[in-house]
Design a protein around this ligand. Structure first.
Ligand SMILES: [Zn+2]
Length: 466
């Protein structure tokens, strides 16, 4: 179902982009570089009491020491980041990301614009996520050009979270305005298996299944994905669809429990998921918190901090998507008021059952900006019943485990240095996760005192040119 012409266009765009960036130097970690974050409260990703007046020492891209500052030897040549009065915690891990979209209000207008601008869009999304404190994530549907971007972000050639990617999703449902290259449409289990093989051979990290996938399709995908060690993330809402996915071997349930078209799941299903430890990524805030938040305070769409994080060309396109039309008339929000009513029960079910829950945002969906999706989701999880420390652990340690990222998600000696600093105490007010002042990923400082380092560098360059 893929139009070869569009693949060629994407390939040419990728080649052209490659030419433009040949001169870029990867921001590699200096193995001798020592950084120490000193003075603030430390949450290490576990559901454990904080360490006050703490210190973290990083050598190269690894954490080498953690504890009360009074007990930690700070090497004399360390670069010191003073975190007094703030909180240090692991970078957040988003288990449901979309780098091909970035909050534009209308998919039908966005995708024609996206085609031909794919690498610029990925780069913008990745920077916004990283600046918001997301240091790792899994992208769940994008054209194959997202694999090239993943490799650049993971090599620190471009700022961005550690990325896992699915490439195109496998589905039985064709949606008119979606570009062909982000959809792998199948009509039988055999076709589903063949598509999965093609994706795995091309190097995807996970398989994403979307609407219409049957239990038999899922089994066929699983028969090739499991031996290759590639997990299946499944877009599921209705109870019978969730059961079919589970029986077929789905590894991670995406969207389940976000209050979609069913008011709530049966106790039998919720208990089964909790008892079996099947990971759930609810993505509760993407419609049912974003929508009322925007009705109450439409000014959020004009936040200069968010708007300025878009390159001018994209900023204009995003702004026009909600200034041309009232956002509540967008088809994406057609059933949202009913979903909000349903969500009162649904969003609490898995939390009350103590299911294995990772944090995922569906970031980039309409009005769900990468600059704030993570804190809004964590905040929603707290409002629905998680304690603050539980929600922080779900967003760091648990999400990393669910994604198979064993070397990140907690702050302890030996782990990768993926650390953020937030201004305030998230155990008192979880919304301070929206005030990320410093970001370190892979031992590289990407944000310092509230300013992304790529912005500092471009300012320095333009000033020195005068
Ligand atoms: Zn999604």
């Amino acid at each position: 179902m893929v139009a070869p012409r569009q693949w060629v266009t994407t390939l040419l765009a990728a080649v052209a982009f490659g030419c433009l960036t040949t001169g870029m130097v990867a921001q590699s970690t200096n193995q001798n570089q020592i950084i120490a974050l000193v003075g603030g409260q430390l949450l290490d990703g576990y559901e454990a009491p904080p360490i006050h007046h703490a210190a973290i020492v990083i050598e190269g891209n690894r954490i080498v020491a953690v504890g009360p500052a009074s007990e930690i030897d700070i090497p004399p040549d360390a670069e010191i980041i003073n975190t007094a009065g703030k909180t240090m915690m692991p970078g957040m891990v988003d288990a449901h990301v979309h780098i091909m979209i970035l909050g534009h209000g209308n998919y039908a207008d966005w995708f024609p614009w996206f085609e031909g601008n794919d690498q610029l869009v990925y780069e913008t999304s990745a920077k916004q996520l990283l600046a918001a404190g997301v240091t790792a994530g899994v992208d769940l549907s994008a054209p194959m050009s997202s694999l090239e971007f993943r490799d650049r972000a993971n090599a620190n050639e471009v700022p961005g979270p550690r990325l896992l990617v699915s490439g195109p999703w496998i589905t039985r449902y064709a949606w008119d305005f979606l570009p062909d290259e982000l959809t792998a449409i199948v009509e039988s289990p055999d076709e589903a298996r063949d598509k999965a093989i093609t994706l795995i051979d091309a190097g995807v990290d996970v398989i994403k299944t979307w609407i219409g996938i049957t239990e038999e399709d899922m089994r066929a995908i699983k028969s090739v994905a499991a031996p290759a060690g590639v997990p299946i993330h499944c877009h599921v809402y209705e109870e019978e669809v969730v059961w079919a996915a589970i029986r077929g071997g789905c590894d991670v349930l995406q969207h389940a429990g976000s209050g979609g078209s069913v008011p709530a799941y049966s106790d039998e299903l919720v208990q089964h998921i909790a008892m079996e430890g099947i990971p759930v990524v609810q993505t509760i805030s993407h419609r049912i918190w974003i929508y009322p938040a925007t009705l109450e305070f439409p000014e959020r769409l004009y936040d200069p901090d968010i708007l300025n994080s878009f390159p001018p060309a994209i900023r204009g396109e995003v702004l026009s998507s909600y200034t041309k039309h009232d956002f509540w008339r967008r088809s994406y929000f057609n059933n949202t008021p009913r979903q909000i009513r349903n969500s009162k029960k649904a969003a609490r079910q898995f939390i009350e059952a103590d299911a294995l829950m990772a944090m995922g945002t569906d970031t980039g969906s309409p009005l769900n900006f990468h600059a704030e999706s993570a804190w809004r989701e964590v905040s929603a999880l707290v409002e629905m019943g998680m304690s603050e420390i539980e929600a922080i652990s779900a967003s760091t340690k648990v999400s990393a485990q669910v994604l198979g990222l064993r070397d990140t998600g907690t702050i302890e000696p030996g782990k990768l240095a993926d650390i953020i600093v937030v201004d305030g105490n998230p155990l008192f007010n979880i919304n301070v996760l929206g005030y990320v002042t410093d970001v370190i990923k892979d031992g590289i400082i990407y944000k310092r005192n509230g300013v992304p380092t790529w912005e500092t560098k471009s300012t320095t360059t333009s000033t020195s040119g005068r």
